[in-house]
Design a protein around this ligand. Structure first.
Ligand code: CFM
Length: 542
């Protein structure tokens, strides 16, 4: 035991795993067992992920449409995104993700609107293509946008409306860019399929439309940063100060016009590997633009990422400016850590978020001395857990085969041989490109890694580990709080943030300090403590 009475090495998890699985029918237990791994960072371990959730298990996953419309295209302000489907699918399309935007110099911002074709019984029976045409025309007449995206919900695929044909027809009629996504909710096993479909659609219909040089000496795209709670605003300031031209961000605080120009950048910096690695790969294949993995969650991670970008450009002035920013910002970071650490050191957290965040936030918690005893993704793939080295060994199943892989060929006109050569030269000096080692090597021995965690499993873990805080989402929040454990929403940040960059790290330390040190949740007895509880057994085991 260390001086704060917390064990230095996490306890063996075999008993806990057994207890969790024991509740499941045999077949289910066998399947779930492959998604619960007692971590050992020293060895390669396989975790089952990106497969269908077993019916009956309460998952936190979203759908393909959520990943396409909500996650990737949702934060882009100057495109009208029409949801083709019943009105209910549009509720969560309306600013529930806290992806912020500034209105831009032209004020073209449709994010505070909600566009839906509002499909009714008759449209389901007789087809909704005419209604979609009318909706596109109406949206165009009112707003005169220069792009419209159409997003298919489940019934659209079932009744066979061709959103692509309608988009092509309307593109011709109205003379603006209009394109559709076959992102029906049931496609794939989670929102991850929607990310891929959105990446493909933007690459096919938008990227490369504008060859104007965006100007500046150092041009980058920031991929996989969505401006939740204003994160991108913090990062944009650093880039501006460094003299870096941010050609495009996919897709926090972004515009479609930026995407059109993305192939003119010199480097792709990838933040959320899960949701956007496809664009990075395609830009490299088609244009020769290299990509690096960066992370702006955590002060040390931010410093490391800014340095890596500066080093890539091999410019003394840029490197010096970067160091100046880091030194300046670290003053507040260090002072805040010094203040809060005595109250947060040794506390335990657990984290279950969609993809990258369950990994990225561990470092941020670590900076104030907190340890992650268990973490997992809702929909990450094996490479997000184990690193990209496993990509070739991932079995392609029917669900992933369903998602189109674009056939990308070299663009001779806009091929950056200079960048290809630069990459080779830097690689020879040990600079890492196209790398992501995943979450598991960064986690402690005996920490429990769980893919697509269920409510039952979460409850068992709370009883067993008694964590000081859990980072997850709205679907878990109130159940966990009733267990007396504070919950920080790591999707929407509740009402807080920004949490990216140095400023964001400072905000996070302060918020977490307050949360893990309040007694309030322990003072509210949950209903099951005072009221009778019904307990049932599964019929097959009774
Ligand atoms: Fe990437 Fe995201 Fe995430 Fe994600 Fe998401 Fe999100 Fe997330 Mo919620 S793109 S994978 S699909 S970092 S919306 S901004 S917080 S589940 S961990």
């Amino acid at each position: 035991m260390s001086k704060d009475n917390k064990p230095n090495i996490f306890p063996d998890t075999s008993e806990l795993i057994e207890e969790i699985l024991d509740k499941y029918p045999k077949k289910v237990a066998k399947k779930r067992a492959k998604s619960l791994v007692s971590n050992d960072p020293e060895i390669d371990q396989e975790i089952q992920s990106n497969i269908r959730t077993i019916p009956g298990i309460i998952t936190q996953r979203g759908c393909c449409y959520a990943g396409c419309k909500g996650v990737i295209l949702g934060p882009t302000r100057d495109i009208i995104n029409i949801v083709h489907g019943p009105i209910g699918c549009s509720f969560y399309a309306w600013l529930t993700r806290r992806n912020q935007t500034d209105p831009g110099p032209d004020g073209e911002n449709y994010m505070n609107y909600c566009f839906s074709t509002d499909m009714q019984d008759t449209n389901i029976v007789f087809g909704g293509e005419k209604k979609l045409e009318a909706a596109i025309r109406e949206a165009y007449e009112i707003f005169k946008p220069h792009s419209i995206g159409v997003f298919s919900t489940c019934p659209i695929g079932l009744i066979g409306d061709d959103v692509h044909a309608v988009s092509r027809k309307m593109k011709e009629e109205l003379g603006i860019n209009i394109f559709g996504f076959s992102c029906e909710g049931y496609k794939g096993v989670s929102q991850s399929a929607g990310h891929h479909i959105a990446n493909n659609g933007i690459f096919k219909h938008v990227v490369g439309l504008n060859d104007t040089d965006p100007g500046g000496k150092f041009k980058i795209n920031l991929l996989g940063e969505y401006n939740i709670g204003g994160d991108s605003f913090v990062l944009e300031k650093y880039f501006e100060e460094m003299g870096i031209t941010l050609v495009s961000t996919f897709s926090g605080n972004s515009t479609i016009s930026q995407f059109e120009n993305a192939h003119m950048a010199d480097l792709n910096a990838v933040m959320c590997h899960r949701s956007i690695n496809y664009i990075a790969e395609m830009l490299e294949k088609k244009h020769g633009i290299p990509w690096i993995k960066i992370n702006f969650i955590g002060a040390d991670a931010t410093a490391k990422s800014l340095r890596k970008i500066a080093e890539y450009f091999e410019d003394e002035e840029l490197i010096a400016k970067t160091e100046e920013i880091i030194e300046r910002e670290m003053l507040e970071v260090k002072a805040t850590i010094e203040d809060v650490k005595s109250r947060t050191e040794g506390k335990l957290c657990m984290m279950y978020v969609g993809g990258s965040r369950a990994h990225h936030y561990q470092e941020l918690f670590g900076e104030i001395g907190m340890r992650t005893i268990s973490a997992g993704y809702e929909f990450g793939h094996r490479d997000d857990y184990e690193g990209r080295k496993v990509i070739d060994s991932i079995k392609i199943d029917a669900d992933s085969r369903n998602i189109e892989e674009l056939d990308i060929v070299k663009d001779e006109t806009f091929w950056r041989q200079d960048l290809v050569d630069k990459k080779t030269a830097l690689e020879n000096e040990g600079f890492g490109f196209s790398e992501y080692d995943g979450m598991m090597p960064d986690m402690e021995k005996n920490s429990l890694v769980i893919d697509d965690i269920s409510h039952w499993e979460t409850e068992k873990l709370i009883e067993y580990y008694k964590p000081d805080i859990i980072g997850a989402g709205i679907k878990e929040k109130y159940v966990i709080q009733k267990y007396g454990v504070p919950l920080k929403q790591l999707h929407s940040y509740d009402y807080g943030g920004p949490y990216a960059g140095f400023k964001g790290a400072v905000n996070f330390y302060k918020d977490i300090d307050q949360m893990v040190n309040t007694k309030i949740w322990g003072l509210i007895p949950p209903p099951w403590k005072n009221e009778p509880e019904l307990v049932a057994k599964l019929a097959h085991t009774a």
